[in-house]
Design a binder for this molecule. Sequence first.
Ligand code: 6CC
Ligand code: ZN
Length: 263
Amino acid sequence: ICAAHWCYEIQAKEPNSHCQGPADWTGDCKKTHQSPINIVTTEAKMNPDLKPFTFHGYDQKKKWVVKNDGHSVKMMLGDGSFIAGGDLPAQYQAVQLHLHWSQEFDKGSEHSIDGKHFAMEMHVVHEKATSSNKAQDSQDKNAVLAFMVEVGDEMNQGFQPLVEALSHISTPNTNTTMKESCLQDMLPKKEKLVHYFRYLGSLTTPNCDETVIWTVFKEPIKLHKDQFLKFSKELYYDEDKSLTMKDNVRPLQQLGNRQVFRS
Ligand SMILES: Nc1nc(-c2ccc(Cl)c(S(N)(=O)=O)c2)cs1
Ligand SMILES: [Zn+2]
């Protein structure tokens, strides 16, 4: 294969791996407004414009298609759900939901809060809903809602349809259809979603386009340990099932001259 594909450090350090680890990612990955970052809560500036979000279509029960794309597990959300509010400049259509994780409880999230990493981080990726085909490489093309995931001893019923689908998509480029589920049941309760951090950054995967309005919620999602462990147990990075999928986490990036805000 000519162009080496991008991958995470855990894959790049494998003998005979020909993929490009995070240090070699190209595109905009070496620019200065990158993600993820460590959020220092005492330096986050209160912003009264950061109102609660409104979630539209997040309560629709659907049989989502979910895939192993070789980097993560990704639920394809199509164009039914969208968000507004949260000081966003427009409505943003939900495109896909995916996660980042490790096998340990304290190193699977991409963002960290006061230096603390969580077991997983869930990203709900949205695109600005514009009618015209206005230049879409703008700084606010994407809005990602990021949720930290903690491990506890309670089953999270809302996550079961996703967890049960994992064994059907263990190798890259496989899809399956989940049992009926609704996005709302995968999120913390709405009233807990008023507190969040906000900053401008990038995709955490190549080409690391600096087009993302990031929202990192304070309230974590809680999964049972067995649900959490299924991700690194059932999923693989490669067809030969030689490397289980975990540590699909980009290293922290410099905040530089950016300000983090808080609601
Ligand atoms: N597994 C893959 N994830 C992406 C992707 C696309 C858009 C975005 Cl915004 C992100 S992230 N991690 O910044 O939320 C990831 C492509 S391939
Ligand atoms: Zn992500």
